[in-house]
Design a protein around this ligand. Sequence first.
Ligand SMILES: O=C(O)C(=O)C[C@]1(C(=O)O)C=C[C@@H](O)C=C1
Length: 391
Amino acid sequence: MAASVARSQLTPLSRQITAKPSQSDQTPKCIVRFRPLNIPRRFNVTVKASINRNDEKIGGNNNKTAPALHPQSILDDDDDEEDAASKDSLNSLPRPLSSAQFSNFVSDGSRLRVAYQGVRGAYSESAAEKAYPNCEAVPCEQFDTAFEAVERWLVDRAVLPIENSLGGSIHRNYDLLLRHRLHIVGEVKFAVRHCLLANPGVKVEDLKRVLSHPQALAQCENTLTKLGLVREAVDDTAGAAKQLKDTGAVASSSAAAIYGLNILAEDIQDDCDNVTRFLMLAREPIIPGTDRPFKTSIVFSLEEGPGVLFKALAVFALRQINLTKIESRPLRNQPLRSSDDNSGYFDYLFYVDFEASMADQKAQNALRHLKEFATFLRVLGSYPIDTTIVP
Ligand SMILES: O=C(O)C(=O)C[C@]1(C(=O)O)C=C[C@@H](O)C=C1
């Protein structure tokens, strides 16, 4: 059955579809074989500089889909021939998946495939590897692409940022959680340490503009203001590093190593406690437990009226359930609800995370209570709390 669903969703060039139990899921998985392979499986990448900080992690991790970087492949700055070779190697890095390429995507299915947004060296890639060690991290152009890739069985999971301790919520992903039918099966917290990167030979004083993901730019507001740099937003931090010319980029030290850039300044985020929380998303929910601390994420909407939100939140307070996050987003398909006096008001969705498992009776009671007056309620997932933060 799963095979026929996928068959109708995919338009392969040549296809052979079989349903077999996946290693990761107990549900059947489609193995689809296509003609062109646009995500190369092994690479030899050469880099020019600044590899020292990450040699071990990048060079030593042969589990990556993307290139293994070898310290001995560091090139001499002035060698043009080697420069060209370096560029060729960078061209062979996996290109992020776009929806248009879905029909060409191929994987041998031997490892758990985890979609993330961005290109190699993005923080999201590291978060995916923290969430699923030894996974095959699959770069995707946009957040939507990652959601779709899971829904279409092209990957097994997605790991996407949802909030950052300095920059706040990643609203796009809140909206996509509702639009798609994926389940939150876990979370990972990742300490984000930004560097200011530039091409070899470029000094801080030479820089006028700096590129990065809007969240990353927001997280480094103070430093960038002090340096008087004009900010330019791009899709992801590593993407900024990859396309650098005469600008600077705010990105990770891994991105510096991958794209042969110099690190001009380290730890430029406004606060050393800069943590991004990522959600682990899957097609199926996990069975909530009570063996360890769990968190549950829900989304609901309410009738208009005095004190309705207060009443909604009271269902948790009454049962001593701690809330860890509340976010409101406009209800997009009916943003304005007209009232009798024609004044009209905005309609909102409320996203709430609370510290309890859905296996816990008091969480079930709280939601039963909330349902009595919520106009809409969906449980997005009940999953173990990540109590570790890795740099
Ligand atoms: O651009 C990246 O490297 C990302 O992984 C994206 C992202 C985000 O969307 O918040 C993730 C972590 C950091 O907070 C900055 C950017």
